[in-house]
Design a protein around this ligand. Sequence first.
Ligand code: COA
Length: 678
Amino acid sequence: MSSPISTSRQGDILVVTSDNPPVNALGQRVREGLKAAIEQAAADDAIKAIVIRCEGRTFFAGADITEFGKPPQGPSLPEVCAAIEASDKPVVAAIHGTALGGGCEIALACHYRVAVPSAKLGLPEVKLGLIPGAAGTQRLPRLVGAEAALPLVVIGNPVSAKQAQKIGLVDTLLDEADLAGGAATFAKSQIGKPVPRTSEMNNNRDGVANPDIFDEFRAKNGRKLRGFDAPNAGIEAVRAAGELSFAEGVKKERALFSKLMTGTQSAAMRHYFFAERAANKIDDLAADTKPIPIEKVGIIGAGTMGGGIAMNFLSAGIPVNILEMKQDALDRGTATIRKNYENTAKRGRMSPEQVESAMGLLTPTLEYGELAECDLVIEAVYENMDVKKEVFRTLDETVKQGAILASNTSYLDIDEIATATKRPGYVVGLHFFSPANVMKLLEVVRGANTRDDVLATAMKLSKAIGKVAAVSGVCPGFIGNRMLSKRQEQANQLIMEGANYWEVDDVLLEFGFPMGPFQMGDLAGIDIGWHRDPSKVTTVREALCAVGRFGQKAGKGFYDYDEARQRTPSDEVKQIIADFATRSGTPQRDVSKQEIEERLLYPMVNEGAKILEEGMAQRASDIDVVWINGYGWPLYTGGPMFWADTIGLDTVVSGLEKYGLPVCDYLRSRAEAGKTFN
Ligand code: COA
């Protein structure tokens, strides 16, 4: 096989080009080719400078993640970077697309970095549970200072080329249309000058002069980083860059990197990286299935959900017609959308012009007829089958043929909804999660008759609006809520047996969820679906509603809330629960944290296994994608199914049996065969 690296001469410049689609990942052959090219340049007196560039859509987008966890094959990336930096002839990185991870480390090892304005640079390793491992944590602070390096290494979001130039990571911005030419001219202008080596720079002293920056950074980002190992390692590495020699710092980085690489967090996060991409693929869909163009979207319902859904499309530049039954509800919904955008603008994440252009794409209406020309209509009304069917009947009559009719239902039968139309093939579930403009997950529900092109459209659209999609078959609650109901069942049962409800929440918090089931109830509102008759009390939730404990919005639910919305357990609620337990004759006992965790999570794994058994999810990793993006399952455990794999399916089975809980055949058979889900 020919090398992905080729070289060509442009006068006294050696142009080294990588062509390794799709993203020029730095696999073994790329590394080998790069090192050989540097050696070739060193050996040839006629060559005075070197440009490293990439073909295709991007500069090196990182190490080849598929090689992680496999026996390393030389030359290693640190060796290649060292060879580049050691060159006596100036080496220029010519950057377009995304110079990420190892790609950014290559750029840091080069003597100069030039980029087109649309390029992005970053060190996203932390998102894979790692830190840069080719001296990126040591070179970057020496080049841009510790303070500017911290967010890049520890948070992992890329910066624009313009921002990179501002902090000193990029030397010059070049014409978008002529990067190769511009880079060669730039390289020529550096011939004969002493080469600036990043490892020898000393802009990293700011962290030594003011070591508080590290603690301040940690404190500022504490919530975001909770539970993750890699960010702390990143902070340590950047700090070391100021305190140690380059060689010692590199050793420190290597030690931190190796520990992370062999840990379960990184394995889980790498699993997730590929899981997210796999989830967008539908196995039995022909590759040439043509998506339907979506140029205009209709939304039924301008409440919290409808409004949030609308914002996704408006932000992506797709016009939206939003429909309500009454003018005041329509006005309120429209005003909320505007307010949300304005808040985003206040926080500096949107310009006032962007707010206006998004709002300019919104057409509020009271008339179904105005939706006639929409290519997709999403219904987000009250969760009631009769109401939904009525909406779909009307839509079928008014919206043009060939348009997709979608329901945002969170548990109702899409196939039954489709019977209200004469176009069941064009009916699909698009289950957004609240707040719909923020939450990443989109559960795409594939009905029995949903056409292939409709599904392909849903998957493509999800990317266009920045969502992570996973496909579910039709079953009550689909993937996410179906598993959630098993957790809730156990949570309710546990507090009857004597576990304190705040302990149940705290166990999940400690596991890494942003909140537990009772906190979640308070946040969503205890009164959702309440019959509104205080004299009719058959459940704890009804008892709470009967005394006005509607949740956070009422200042009290399971918890009492202070002005800062801090929660404290309530004696009143404790008594209500104790009364229920007495009446039901449930013996009270101390319930351990371990039991709480196992009883909350193992039944979810079992339900996930049933979902796979029934073919309601395409693959175990899709379930992980749903739970990580829709319900706050901690990313660093890889999602419920990957987590079960890491603790062992036999552990899950014996745990379920210990508590007398059901074990489905699929879970049992995999456990017995010593297999995993993924
Ligand atoms: N190693 C191996 N494969 C990679 C890869 C990497 N570093 N980065 C991307 N890919 C693969 C993806 O798995 C995908 O494969 P598929 O088409 O078989 O599913 C393909 O390249 C395209 O990636 P995708 O993410 O779908 O394209 P995109 O245009 O949306 O995004 C990137 C491109 C580079 C921004 C994105 O892929 C990314 O963030 N990659 C990871 C970068 C990273 O973390 N680098 C640090 C590693 S040390």
